[in-house]
Design a protein around this ligand. Structure first.
Ligand code: GLU
Length: 644
């Protein structure tokens, strides 16, 4: 297989050996240099954070479980897994340690999945205790305060034991492995060490049983609990487990759903209020991320919808949280403004571009009388071009603005430049579209996905409601063109149906022509009829004359059927041949209906002009005015769009 030794600007090929090096070539001294692989910015930042915090030797590893006391206190790993499944890891991010209390968050989500919210809430509270993780105090109703302290965790494990019997631990190990995206194992030494010294937890177990919190065998429950705390994880695992919560319960690496979205939200809620024990208030104040710590020196933190963070460093502070772990989370939160209560949305993202149709037109060229109708009645149409991410404020701003236009004939809402509509906004728009039922106002929605019933579109299942109450179009030009025809039909002098015959005198290009000249012209034009679908002009053919559209409608198309604009009777096309007789046609002209044209060849035009120079001067001046009118409309649209 041919392979190559590549470097910037050069390619050296060696047979049967593939060496791909990222090298540079210094053209000054003619030497190659090896370029460092670019380190992602975030990884660079984590490397620096790791260096800055490593020297903090404060705190001591947990020693009430003897096996935990003998770990190397200098171990220090950081990992971030984003919801797209990519992990940045530095330091000892792949060193295994026991998960300890971090398991509580994931076992709690398992209990919610297996038994449902009501059953779990009846057994375990969701209030911060303000006490140490191993406090034996229960709430007045004999429930543990929350599932993040030992009493709540043991009660939670008891629920799994009651539900899964002898397979309880296997179920817990399987689900935590799904969260991590790999098969996890137990540290038997730590398990034995805690089992031998866990009398306080046994006391909590008997207290719970005595309070009728569970009736399982206490020893069996505690064995499962000690085992779940002894499951081995790495900082990278914790980042993936956290990212699974951030990703609404779907592991972003394996792409497998582990828990439901509601369970993920409920679990993160309790992590916010109680995940860091009696440091939880200060944690929420300074870091502001759902998190859970463990005496093994781990912390997992979550930025909902964005990432999971895993940190490992055994030395703990007096509250049982990893000293370096807390510092890493606080530094990242402050530096990247990650606090969940620190938002940056504002209504300015959603101020729509608004205009009416008195000046701005669709691309369809219309006859003089129709244009006059649109100039007079176009102000009865309000167009809102929306963009960006529409949040709660934005959707309320938009629907309030629309409500203020209540006397308009038409309201156009264009979503074609909207990237996303938040869940809250979907509900605001649902209320809005529901209200339309009771109004005579016609709302036009422009959104390709709505027209195509796209299930993953902006509005999801609300598409049906929109299509029931609104006229929907794929693009704004089609929508405006349709509204123009409605206005002409309602307010126009004459019903401009395609079979109506438009007199030559109505042609803008012939405005001001003397009757005598008009009669001359009439004698020199050729009447031609085209069936629907005929190609009247072929792109790139020689421009041999100008067509006056007397009845019917045509479309201007380029390339492979790309629609540019439409023309009604009373307009003309091919007129640029007057300016550049040697030019070729710039587009195809297709008959949308049966069409009747009066064709004036360049030859006839020149013959008339020789005899009557004023004829060509008038036509060329009118052509300039027509082009000026089109330019004016384009400028009006640019001005409207510049309001963004
Ligand atoms: N297995 C430990 C215990 O129950 C977990 C404590 C912790 O990690 O906070 O005490």
């Amino acid at each position: 297989m041919l392979s190559s030794y590549r470097c910037a600007g050069f390619c050296f090929v060696f047979r049967r050996q593939s060496i791909v090096l990222n090298a540079g070539f210094n053209s000054k001294d003619g030497n190659f240099f090896m370029k460092e692989n670019q380190t992602p910015a975030l990884k660079e930042f984590l490397n620096q954070t790791h260096q800055d915090i490593f020297d903090d030797k404060s705190g001591t590893p947990a020693d009430y479980i003897p096996e935990l006391a003998i770990v190397n206190p200098d171990q220090f790993g950081i990992a971030i897994t984003t919801s797209d499944g990519f992990t940045n890891e530095v330091g000892d991010a792949s060193i295994e340690f026991t998960i300890q209390s971090i398991s509580k968050a994931f076992v709690y989500s398992l209990a919610l999945e297996l038994l449902g919210t009501d059953k779990v809430l009846k057994t375990i509270g969701i209030e911060p205790s303000g006490e140490a993780f191993n406090s034996i105090r229960l709430k007045d109703d004999n429930r543990p305060f929350n599932p993040m302290v030992n009493s709540g965790a043991i009660a939670c494990t008891a629920l799994i034991c009651q539900n899964n019997g002898q397979e309880a631990f296997e179920k817990i190990l399987t689900v935590l492995s799904e969260f991590a995206g790999r098969e996890l194992n137990v540290d038997d030494k730590v398990f034995s060490s805690e089992n031998a010294t866990g009398d306080r937890n046994r006391a909590i177990g008997w207290l719970l049983r005595n309070a009728d919190n569970f009736d399982s065998d206490v020893e069996e429950v505690l064995e499962v609990y000690f085992k779940q705390c002894s499951i081995l994880v790495t900082a990278k695992d914790l980042s993936i487990m956290g990212a699974t919560l951030a990703n609404n319960g779907i592991n972003p690496v394996t792409k497998k759903r582990v828990i439901g979205k509601t369970t993920a939200v409920q679990t993160m809620s309790v992590m916010v209020s109680s995940g860091m024990y009696d440091y939880s208030g200060e944690w929420t104040y300074k870091v502001g991320l759902p998190a859970k710590s463990g005496v093994g020196g781990g912390i997992t933190a979550v930025l909902p919808s964005q990432f999971g963070l895993g940190v490992f460093s055994p030395p703990l502070d007096k509250l049982g949280n990893s000293v370096r772990g807390i510092k890493v989370c606080q530094l990242l939160s402050e530096y990247f403004h990650l606090h969940v209560l620190e938002t940056e949305d504002d209504v300015n993202q959603n101020i729509p571009i608004t205009y009416d149709l008195s000046e701005i037109r669709s691309s369809r060229m219309r006859g003089q009388s129709d244009n006059e109708t649109l100039e007079e009645f176009g102000s009865r149409v309000s167009v809102f071009e929306l963009s960006g991410v529409i949040n709660f404020i934005g959707s309320n701003f938009i629907t309030r603005s629309v409500a203020e236009e209540e006397f308009q004939d038409f309201i156009v809402l264009s979503f074609i430049r909207v990237n996303r509509i938040t869940r809250a906004s979907i509900e605001v728009f649902r209320l809005f579209f529901d209200q339309i039922l009771s109004k005579s106002q016609r709302v036009i929605v422009v959104d390709k996905e709505v027209v195509k019933d796209h299930p993953k579109g902006l509005f999801g299942e609300m598409v049906d409601l929109i299509k029931q109450n609104c006229q929907c179009f794929e693009n704004l030009d089609q929508a405006i063109e349709w509204i123009e025809s409605q206005l002409i039909a309602e307010y126009g002098e004459c019903q401009n149906n395609s079979e109506d015959f438009s007199p030559l005198a109505d042609q803008l290009l012939l405005k001001g022509l003397l009757n005598s000249d008009l009669e001359t012209l009439q004698k020199n034009v050729t009447s031609i009829e085209y069936e629907t679908g005929s190609k009247i002009i072929q792109m790139n053919e020689k421009a041999d004359g100008i067509y006056f559209l007397r009845s019917g409608k045509v479309s201007v198309m380029v390339g492979d059927g790309i629609y540019v604009s439409g023309l009604d009777a009373g307009t003309c096309f091919g007129e640029l041949a007057l300016i550049a007789p040697d030019a070729t046609r710039t587009a195809n002209i297709i008959a949308d209906t049966k069409v009747f044209c009066s064709f004036l060849s360049i030859k006839a035009f020149n013959e008339i002009s020789i005899v009557n120079p004023g004829f060509s001067e008038l036509l060329l001046r009118n052509l300039g005015l027509i082009l000026f009118e089109r330019l004016k409309q384009s400028n009006s649209k640019i001005i409207a769009l510049s309001a963004m």
